[in-house]
Design a protein around this ligand. Sequence first.
Ligand code: CXF
Ligand code: ZN
Length: 373
Amino acid sequence: MATNARAAICRGNSEPFAIEDVELAELRPDELRVKIIACGVCHTDMAVRDQQLPVPMPVVLGHEGAGIVEEVGSDVTSAKVGDRVVMSFNSCGHCPSCDIDAPTYCYNFFPENWSGGRPDGSATLLQKGEKMNANFFGQSSFATHAIAHDRNVVKVPDSAKDLPLERLAPIGCGLMTGAGAVLNSMKVRKGLPIAVVGVGTVGMAAIMAAKIAGADPIIAVDMNDSRLELAKELGATHAFNAKDDAMGQIKELVPQGLGYAFDTTGINKVIEDLFGLLAPMGIVGMVGASDPSHMLKFNEAEFMGGGRRVMGILGGDSDLKHFLPKLIEYHLNGQFPFDKLIGYFPFEEINEAIESSENGTVVKPVLRIAEEA
Ligand code: CXF
Ligand code: ZN
């Protein structure tokens, strides 16, 4: 039996998101139906709206959903009916990357997450009986209900039973990307200096994780002074405004060079400058969305001679089933206070939530979609 739901439909950037009636398809054996309690808003949703990513439209976006499982297919093992879950990106489970628990580099990432339906082309969502593009990041959580998959659902651990789902919703995207880049990808070492350029959700998560790792100093760079203040609250030991020769200030502070430089801007000049500030064996980690035509230039002798590394990082190399519970534990211990980034909006105010992210007033907007009973 199809399930009726309400979903925010994106028809591009010439019109606002509109909340309309839709129907969910029947579950396949590896799928779950989740009643969505809350969903974070991410820049990737806006990139799709602006048609910078090849996702078919119109579409139901939203990929930071948290909710309660209402129904499970016969093969599902990750959660059962009534469980509280968070959702993240989907992966195929049978490619060379998934084989080594590196699902962010799934060979089938596009069909699993961005094709508008299941990899076989079938619809997870319909409107008036016609296919509606959905299954975005294996969920499409800007909706009252979503179909998710065994591989992209993580049950909230019992230790976090008192944490509201609306707070946990955003854990499966920018937060895990920034924290994972520091803890999993670059494996930041205690006592080494790190610079984080761009302190949106990803950069702030990187700063909190750098503090967990014991990096020192932890340098935040951004153009927004109030964000730099917040970065300091979350663990940055120094904060430089990019307008005030931040690269020069880093050089002065850390003359021996940076152990780690983490770029969230995707601007090639910034990445090249950061490369020039690396100590021997230093790593530049890159997560920023960049212009697809851009090329990077760096000195071959410095690259090879000092064993320096330039590292492209997707999703913080997160193996969801292990890493998301670990981040939740850090939060419970007070070491990952990401709630300081969140601003809440009712579902009906999805367009205002998006606006708040774009004008920089809220770091991480989260939509409240239903009350948690
Ligand atoms: C994603 C990219 C792929 C892995 C998880 C996070 N970014 C979403 O905005
Ligand atoms: Zn995202």
